[in-house]
Every structure is written in structure tokens, then in C-alpha cells.
Design a protein around this ligand. Structure first.
Ligand code: MN
Length: 504
């Protein structure tokens, strides 16, 4: 992941002064104990830091302002150990911009049946204290995640961890920069969009550069120099490199050119502090090959990418790289490419011209060079492999003109048969609930042909992300029914229009 930024989550406990200083000290001790337990919880990818027990409107307001101002804070967890009259939260929460999770837990798991008295009852009040808090969150129309369960409950911790992944990706997007080499593939609609609107609502910026800027950076690397040789050696150490591309092979120069493109592209991204990029085969200028292996390896290092100028997919892929970090399975740029329409066994073959990320590979990729019918350049070098079988999902971010919509479709990836003449990496999957429904609803929802494909990012993480980003999300999975889905789209049209007013 580049650059590595690991933000923190703040833990805040709500209370009041009604019960005196003794119980408040106990509340703070309990909150700290929960936070200490969080630090040993492998399901939580971010460090949680205990901040305070807040008891007055001034404290709440100060704390929310401090959270917004702290670049290391990716979000907050609120918990009302005791009753915290919620009017004192109004000022703080109306200004708070960071996402929050409402943890509905209780310090003691079991009731002490023999010893329970009113002191115990007054200390362990989240059952009604969190209801008071939740009422205000809803009254303020604050989007948040509510997680219910004892703090030792693995399922509850898994759900908190899922939210932390989404909060981290949102944090990563704020102020992020993506570079677009050239513009859009001419005439294409779905890869276009309102970049100003994206920056206003989603926090990242998309900046254009002429391809000449990249070509100049690539040409700073000597084709017969040490850096290129070292990278070619790295390719030979990491992948199965075709004989013709190896040292002394008849086409070794093609590998060197591909390595030079990777060096230049990586340097350009590092120089500019970019978190992802797009290119287009229609605008390659002095680049000798359409970048293939370079893009694939940069994606594997956590960069977002979208082909044909698709900056929305580049940004989404980066966000999903951040969400999935440390999880099993990979995440890649993907395109619904072609279908197998055998009755009773409909399948989608996903691929792209070159740019599929090797983090989703089932086995060691091979490095190959083949002609490319478009782009009018030399044959590009690429990694070829099959995607790992198992559950996966495709996500697409589209611009509907007045808002962005996130589509998430559950699929099941299977092992493809041998494809000896297919010169690109690929994934073969079954749709849910079935091929016809899945494709129809995707098309009704305006989903793109480009997606971010992942086995590392759960559907719940994407749902949490959509809540934090105030993004419409539509889900396609085992429960999807065509007519219901179309009705949801109609209802969403009204809801999001009213919800966003004139700010779209
Ligand atoms: Mn494409």
C-alpha cells in the first residue's frame, strides 16, 4: 500500500454528572478496559484510542472539533455506558464531519443475579442510554453504523473491524490525488463524470496530464541501464517469464521496454503523490507499448487504476485496496468481457486487454508478449493467469448526473477450462441470484462494464463505506428479485434527490 498511512479510531464514552465522581471514574476505567481489549483483537485493523468520558455540551463540542481537526483520526466510536442526555450532543454532532460508529455494548456480559442492586443498575445503563443517543443520531439524520453485542463477542468485533476498513478507505480518499494520462476513450459515456462533484462529495481530486509528461519520465530511464536490468531480474524471480522474453531471448528488448515503462510510471506516481491513475490506448504518444505488466504490478502495490480514462473506477479500486488490506484474496480492475450462454450454465468471462491485478491470481502468473489489435504500438508485455476460485464481488461507481451510485454484485468465481489462445489474465464467474436477473438489474441500475473485483473486501465493508460516503448503494446478490429491484431504483431516485437537494 503506497503511501502507508495508518489512521486511528477514537473511542468516546458518554455519561453525565448525576451519579457523582465515583461512578464516572468507574465508567472511565471500564471504557479503558474495553479499548485495551480492542488492541489484542485481530479483527480490528486500526488502533483504537480512548479519548474521554464526556459529560457536558462543551466537552462534546470540543471533542468533535478536535476529531475533525486531527488528520490521524479516521472516525469515532461512541458508547453510552451510563445515560448521557442527548441534547448535549447536538452542537458537537451537527458539526462533526468524521464518520462514527455507535457501539451498543455493555461492560459486564452477564447479570450478577445474586448481587444486583440499584448501584449496578445505574452504572450499566447502555440499554437505555444508547437508545437516547440513537434517537438523537436519527433526529439529526446522521448516517452511522450501529453494532450491537458484548465487546467480547467475535461477531460484533468483526462488524466493528469491517467498519474500520471502510473508515480507513474514506480517510484515504480525503485529499487523495489521481492522475489521468490523456482523457476519456472518445465517445464513451460511463467512464465520464463530474470530477468537481466527486471532489465535493467524495474528497479526492482527479488531475489531467498530457501523456508526454509520462513519456518524458519513462525516457529518463536508460533502456540498457542497471535499473531496467534489475527489474527484468525481478520479473524472472517472481513470475514464469516466457523464454523469448528472458535474457538472450529473441524478444528480450520488449521486456526491457515494459520494465522501463514501469519504472517511469512508478516514479511519476511517487513524484506527484498520486494514489491511482488512468490511461487510454487512444492517447499513447511516444509510449512504445500500452502499459500492461506495469499497471498490473502497480495495482498489486495498492494503486488504483482505470483503463480508457475511467477515473471513477481508479478511485474505487484504490478505496477497495485500502479496505481489503491484510485480508485474504485480492482486488483488481475488471471488465465484464464476454459470456458463456449454455442453457443452465451461464457464465461471465471477466478480463481486460491487459490490466488485471495479479493479487487475484490462483497460481504464479506468466509473463508473455502478444500483439494488441488497438493502440497502434509495439506488442505489450503482460501477466497472464486465472483468477482464484471462490466468492467474489464486482463493484461499480457510476455518475447519474445528480449523484454517484455504487453497485455491488455478488458472484462465484470458478476454475476456467484451459484457454490456450487467450493472451490475458481472466476470471470466470457465476452470477447471483442467476445470470439473467443479475445482468438485467445491473443494466437497469446503469452499472458500468468496468468494475473493481474483489475477494478481499466484503459486501458489508462496501455497505459501511457507502454510508460513510453518503453514496447510494444498490446490492445484487442471492436475495435480488427483478421487480423489487426496479422499484428500489425508483424510490432511490426520489430519496436521493430530496436528500441532496441542490448540492448534487
Ligand atoms: Mn475497458
Amino acid at each position: 500500500m503506497n503511501p502507508i498511512v495508518l489512521p486511528q479510531i477514537w473511542f468516546v464514552c458518554g455519561s453525565q454528572h448525576l451519579y457523582g465522581p465515583g461512578p464516572l471514574r468507574q465508567v472511565a476505567r471500564h471504557a479503558k478496559e474495553i479499548v485495551a481489549a480492542f488492541s489484542h483483537e485481530r479483527r480490528l485493523p486500526l488502533k483504537t484510542v480512548f479519548q474521554a468520558v464526556v459529560t457536558t455540551p462543551e466537552e462534546v463540542t470540543r471533542l468533535c472539533a478536535k476529531a475533525d481537526a486531527d488528520p490521524a483520526c479516521a472516525g469515532l466510536i461512541f458508547w453510552m455506558h451510563t445515560f448521557s442526555p442527548a441534547k448535549m450532543w447536538i452542537r458537537g454532532l451537527t458539526s462533526l464531519r468524521k464518520p462514527f460508529l455507535h457501539l451498543h455494548t455493555q461492560f459486564h456480559r452477564d447479570l450478577p443475579w445474586e448481587s444486583i442492586d440499584m448501584d449496578y443498575m445505574n452504572l450499566h445503563q447502555s440499554a437505555h442510554g444508547d437508545r437516547e443517543a440513537g434517537h438523537l443520531h436519527t433526529r439529526l439524520r446522521r448516517e452511522r453504523k450501529v453494532v450491537v453485542g458484548h465487546w467480547s463477542d467475535p461477531e460484533a468485533m468483526e462488524r466493528v473491524g469491517t467498519w474500520m476498513r471502510a473508515a480507513r478507505a474514506w480517510h484515504d480518499w480525503q485529499g487523495a490525488r489521481f492522475v489521468r494520462f490523456g482523457d476519456n476513450m472518445r465517445q464513451v459515456a460511463v467512464t465520464e463524470g463530474d470530477k468537481v462533484s466527486a471532489e465535493i462529495h467524495l474528497g479526492f481530486s482527479v488531475d489531467g496530464h498530457g501523456i508526454g509528461d509520462l513519456v518524458a519520465r519513462v525516457e529518463e530511464f536508460d533502456l540498457s541501464g542497471k535499473a531496467v536490468t534489475a527489474l527484468c531480474d525481478e520479473y524472472e524471480g517472481s513470475y514464469r517469464v516466457a523464454a523469448e522474453l528472458r535474457k538472450n531471448g529473441t524478444r528480450h528488448q520488449s521486456l526491457r521496454e515494459a520494465a522501463r515503462i514501469e519504472l517511469g510510471l512508478r516514479a511519476f506516481l511517487e513524484d506527484g503523490g498520486f494514489k491511482g491513475f488512468t490511461d487510454t490506448f487512444e492517447d499513447l504518444g511516444g509510449l512504445r507499448q500500452l502499459p500492461g505488466i506495469a499497471v498490473q504490478r502497480l495495482m498489486a502495490d495498492g494503486y488504483g487504476f482505470g483503463a480508457e480514462g475511467d477515473w471513477k473506477t481508479a478511485a474505487l479500486l484504490r478505496a477497495m485496496k485500502v479496505m481489503g488490506e491484510g485480508n485474504k484474496g485480492g482486488t483488481s480492475f475488471m471488465e465484464d468481457y464476454t459470456y458463456h450462454l449454455e442453457p443452465g450454465r451461464n457464465l461471465v468471462l471477466g478480463a481486460h486487454m491487459l490490466e488485471v491485478c495479479p493479487t487475484i491470481a490462483a497460481a504464479k502468473p506468466s509473463v508473455e508478449v502478444h500483439p494488441l489489435g488497438i493502440g497502434k504500438r509495439e506488442d505489450p508485455v503482460r501477466l497472464v493467469f486465472d483468477a482464484r476460485p471462490g466468492a467474489a464481488r464486482n463493484a461499480s461507481l457510476v455518475d447519474l448526473g445528480n449523484r454517484f451510485r455504487l453497485l455491488v454484485a455478488e458472484v462465484t468465481t470458478i476454475k476456467p477450462p484451459k484457454l490456450p489462445h487467450l493472451p490475458v489474465a481472466r476470471a470466470l464467474w457465476k452470477c447471483q441470484p442467476d445470470f439473467k436477473t443479475a445482468c438485467a438489474v445491473w443494466i437497469y441500475a446503469g452499472g458500468a462494464h468496468h468494475t473493481a473485483y474483489s475477494q478481499a473486501v466484503s459486501r458489508e465493508t462496501l455497505e459501511d463505506f457507502s454510508v460513510i460516503a453518503n453514496l447510494e448503494i444498490v446490492r445484487i446478490g442471492p436475495e435480488t428479485r427483478l421487480e423489487e429491484f426496479r422499484q428500489t431504483l425508483r424510490v432511490n431516485e426520489v430519496f436521493y434527490h430530496l436528500n441532496q437537494g441542490f448540492h448534487g
